[in-house]
Design a binder for this molecule. Structure first.
Ligand code: HEM
Length: 133
């Protein structure tokens, strides 16, 4: 049976302690795959916190950076629930979305922060003019 396919958005919905999925894998390891780590949270030797931090996201870089053992990779296999749709595999590869930072939002500037910053600058200019006169 072909593995089930999920979108990034569907994976992102599994982001709580009671239901946590991660995406791990890259071109070198056979592509990103989707893992259900809900039952593994308590068992994880690295603690549940790091897994929760990446709930619903692409955690490949973190997983690789730790230098997980062969045992860890074997365990990982048992937790797989499926793969990403080809479009979203493409998306991860091209945008390097998140690399464990921002899913599903695309990163970049927060528009609210930009507005606040602009207002602050204009106000600053206005006030400095006032003081000169
Ligand atoms: C389902 C995915 C994962 C599995 C099956 C897994 C498995 C393991 C295992 C078996 C160990 C013990 C050491 C070893 O055998 O390498 C371990 C340690 C650790 N893992 Fe994971 N891990 C997973 C995901 C992650 C992720 C996503 C992170 C980070 C965001 C992470 C961070 C750590 C840390 C910090 C340690 C402790 C290393 C140490 O104390 O030396 N793990 N993991």
């Amino acid at each position: 049976m072909a593995p089930q396919q999920f979108t990034l958005e569907e994976v992102a919905g599994h982001n709580s302690e009671k239901d946590i999925w991660l995406i791990i894998g890259n071109e070198k390891t056979g592509g990103p795959k989707v893992y259900d780590v809900t039952k593994y949270l308590e068992e994880h030797p690295g603690g549940s916190e790091v897994l929760l931090d990446h709930a619903g996201k692409y955690a490949d870089e973190m997983f690789e950076d730790i230098g997980h053992s062969g045992d860890a990779k074997e365990k990982l296999k048992t937790l797989m629930v499926g793969e990403l749709t080809p479009e979203d595999v493409e998306k991860l590869a091209s945008e390097k979305v998140s690399r464990a930072s921002e899913l599903p939002s695309k990163g970049g500037l927060n528009p609210f922060a930009v507005v606040v910053l602009l207002v602050a600058i204009v106000l600053g200019l206005y006030l400095s003019k006032q003081y000169k006169n």
